[in-house]
Design a protein. Structure first.
Length: 582
C-alpha cells in the first residue's frame, strides 16, 4: 500500500503465481523472415544508468521489397549481475505499423518468448515461459506503434515514423511484454546541445511520453543517436557515433516562487541527521496551521519521488497549501536524498522515530509559535501519523490520504487478488495464488531479523513454491523484512481507536493500491471508538498518486506527467477552515 508497493509485492507472489498457473493455448508465434532487401542502418547501442551498463544491443534495419521494414536485433541485458541474452525480429508495413514480432530471452530460469501479430483487426500479443502463457489483443483501431521493454531499436522506428509523418502526436504504444497498450504522445523537436567526451554537437530532441515514462529521443543530422529516459534515469547511445557516451547540456529555467517561501530543514532522529524543506506562505500573517507531510512506502524523498517513479506529489501539495496560508514540513526518508541511514534496513519502528523527530522540529520553529499542527500521511504514511496522533496530544488534527483500517498484510492480499483478476485469472488460479500469498504472509509474520539473515535454501524450505531465482530476488528485496514484519503484525484499528483529534479521511475512487472503500471503513472505526469529529470523502476519478484518472483504474498509466489534482489541496484547505472556523 504505497506509491510503488503493489508492483514490488506482486512480482514474487501474484505475478509469478499467475505465470505458473496460466493455461496453455495454441501457439501463435509468427514465423521468422529472412532479410531480402536493402540494409538501411546497422548500429550498436548501449544503455547505462549512473555509469553502469545494463544493455548492449546491436540491430540491423532493412527496407524490404514490398516497402516495409524488417528489424533484427541481438542484445545482452544484465540484471543483478546475471546476463540475459535476447534476440528479436520485427516486421513493419510501409507506414511503420507492426505486422509481426518475436523476441526470445534466455534467462536463468529458461527461455521466455514474447510475440505479437496482426490478425482479425487486432494486434495479438503473447508472453510465454515454458508451458505458461498469457495473451491479450490490442485493437488496431488505435493504430499502435510497437515499443517493447528492453528494446532500444524500436525507438529508431518511432523516430523514423515521426520524421515520415506516419504517426499522430497522440498514439498508442503496444508493449507485448506487458500485454498492454499505453496512451502515448510526442512533442515537436527542439534544439539541444550534445556532449560526448570532449566533443560537442548541435542536435535535436523529441520528448516522448509513454504513459508515465518521459523519454527524450536525441538526434544528430537526421539520425537517432540516443535516448534519455528522464523517468528511470537511464541513457542509451550509439557507441559508433558517440563512443564517449551522451550528455544533454541544456538546463531548465527555474520557475518563480509565487505564494510561498521554502527554507531548508535539518533535524536528528536517534543518531541520524535527516533533511527536509519547510514551506511557508509568503504573506506576513501567521499560517492557518502547520502540516507535517509523511510519505508512502519505499525510498521516497521529500517531494515524493523514488528512483524511476517521479511522483512529485508532496512538493506540489506543500506549495498549494502554502498559497492558501498553510505551512508544511516534508523530509527525505532515512537513507534517501540528503538524509542519513539505510533505507533498505529501516523498520516501521525506525520510520516512527523519524516521524516523531520531524513533528518535534516543526513545533519548535519560531515562525510557527502558537500555530495549530496537523499530521498528514499518504498511503503507508497514514499508518504512521495515526500512531503519532494516538500517542501525542499535541497533534491538533489528522489527515489520512489513501489510508486503510486493515493491516498491510490484508491490503497486500487484496492487491494480489485485484491484480490477478484484472489479468483475467480464473477463480481456481486466484485461489491458488492467494494460498501462496498466505504462506508468504505467515512466514514474514513469524520471521526474525532481515532478509540477509536467511539463505536462499531456507526461504525455499519455508516457501517450497519459490524458484531458486525468486528466492534470490526475495533476499534482494528493497522492502526490509523487519519493515514488512512489523507492518504485517500491526493492528491499525486498535491504534485508530485511540485517536481523539479531528480527522479528515480522503480516498481515491480509482485507487488500485488501497481499496477505495477502506476510507469510509476507517472513518467508521474512528466514530465507533467515540471520535465525534471525523470527515470522510471520496474524490471521484482520483488515483493513488493523487492524479485525475478518468480511465478505468490501472497501474500502467498513473498520469505522473500531469499535476496533482487540485481537488486534493482544495478539500484539505476547506476542512481546516471548517474545523477551526478560520
Amino acid at each position: 500500500m504505497s506509491t510503488k508497493l503493489l508492483l514490488v509485492l506482486g512480482i514474487l507472489l501474484g505475478v509469478l503465481a499467475l505465470a505458473m498457473l496460466w493455461p496453455p493455448g495454441p501457439d501463435r508465434a509468427p514465423e521468422l523472415v529472412e532479410p531480402s532487401g536493402e540494409l538501411l542502418r546497422s548500429s550498436r547501442f548501449v544503455l547505462e544508468r549512473e555509469g553502469t551498463r545494463w544493455l548492449d544491443e546491436s540491430f540491423s534495419l532493412f527496407l524490404m521489397p514490398d516497402g516495409g521494414r524488417l528489424l533484427i536485433l541481438q542484445s545482452t541485458l544484465t540484471v543483478s549481475g546475471v546476463p540475459i541474452r535476447i534476440a528479436a525480429q520485427t516486421q513493419y508495413d510501409g507506414e511503420y505499423r507492426p505486422i509481426a514480432y518475436q523476441l526470445a530471452a534466455e534467462t536463468p530460469t529458461g527461455t521466455q518468448i514474447v510475440s505479437a501479430q496482426r490478425a482479425e483487426g487486432a494486434l495479438r500479443m503473447e508472453a510465454r515461459a515454458g508451458a505458461a502463457r498469457q495473451s491479450s489483443d490490442l485493437a488496431l483501431a488505435s493504430d499502435p506503434l510497437l515499443l517493447d521493454n528492453n528494446v532500444i531499436a524500436h525507438y529508431v522506428i518511432l523516430f523514423e515514423a515521426i520524421r515520415a509523418g506516419s504517426i499522430a502526436k497522440m498514439f498508442s504504444a503496444a508493449v507485448p511484454q506487458a500485454l498492454a497498450g499505453i496512451p502515448s504522445r510526442w512533442e515537436d523537436p527542439v534544439p539541444t546541445r550534445i556532449q560526448s567526451g570532449d566533443r560537442f554537437y548541435d542536435g535535436r530532441k523529441i520528448a516522448i511520453h509513454l504513459g508515465d515514462v518521459a523519454i527524450d529521443l536525441v538526434s544528430f543530422e537526421g539520425r537517432l543517436v540516443g535516448l534519455v529516459n528522464r523517468t528511470q534515469g537511464t541513457v542509451a547511445y550509439d557507441v559508433d557515433l558517440l563512443p564517449s557516451g551522451l550528455r544533454l547540456l541544456e538546463t531548465e529555467a527555474a520557475s518563480p516562487l509565487e505564494g510561498f517561501i521554502e527554507k531548508p530543514a535539518s533535524f536528528r532522529s536517534t543518531d541520524l541527521a535527516l533533511s527536509g524543506t519547510l514551506c511557508l506562505p509568503s504573506t506576513q500573517t501567521a499560517p492557518l496551521c502547520a502540516v507535517l507531510l509523511v510519505a508512502g512506502s519505499g525510498p521516497v524523498d521529500r517531494d515524493g519521488n523514488a528512483p524511476g517513479f517521479p511522483m512529485d506529489a508532496y512538493r506540489q501539495l506543500a506549495r498549494s497549501l502554502a498559497r492558501s496560508g498553510i505551512a508544511s514540513l516534508r523530509y527525505d526518508k532515512r537513507g534517501v536524498g540528503a538524509s542519513q541511514g539505510d533505507a533498505t534496513a529501516a523498520s516501521r519502528s525506525d520510520l516512527m522515530s523519524d516521524v516523531r523527530a520531524a513533528w518535534d522540529w516543526l513545533g519548535a520553529q519560531s515562525e510557527l509559535v502558537g500555530v495549530r499542527r496537523v499530521a498528514l500521511g499518504h498511503s503507508e504514511g497514514a499508518y504512521l501519523v495515526e500512531e503519532l496522533a494516538a500517542d501525542n496530544p499535541s497533534v491538533d488534527g489528522l489527515i489520512l490520504l489513501c489510508g486503510s483500517p486493515q493491516s498491510l498484510a490484508a491490503v497486500t492480499r487484496w492487491q494480489v487478488e485485484t491484480l490477478l483478476r484484472a489479468q483475467g485469472a480464473l477463480d481456481e488460479q486466484v485461489a491458488a495464488a492467494l494460498a501462496q500469498e498466505d504462506e508468504y504472509l505467515a512466514f514474514v509474520k513469524s520471521s526474525a531479523g532481515q532478509w540477509t539473515d536467511y539463505r536462499a535454501a531456507e526461504l525455499r524450505k519455508a516457501l517450497p513454491w519459490l524458484t531458486e531465482a525468486a528466492a534470490e530476488q526475495l533476499k534482494a528485496s528493497p522492502l526490509g523484512l523487519a519493515w514488512l514484519r512489523e507492518h504485517y503484525n500491526a493492528d491499525p484499528a486498535a491504534v485508530l481507536a485511540r485517536v481523539t483529534c479531528p480527522v479528515l479521511v480522503v480516498s481515491a475512487s480509482k485507487d488500485v493500491q488501497v481499496p477505495p472503500a477502506d476510507g469510509e471503513a476507517l472513518a467508521v472505526v474512528l466514530r465507533r471508538a467515540g471520535n465525534t469529529s471525523v470527515t470522510s470523502l471520496v474524490i471521484a476519478d482520483l488515483n493513488h498518486v493523487l492524479r485525475h484518472h478518468p480511465e478505468e483504474p490501472n497501474l500502467i498509466y498513473q498520469h505522473l506527467d500531469e499535476p496533482v489534482d487540485e481537488r486534493v489541496a482544495g478539500r484539505i484547505v476547506a476542512w481546516i477552515k471548517t474545523v477551526w472556523g478560520d
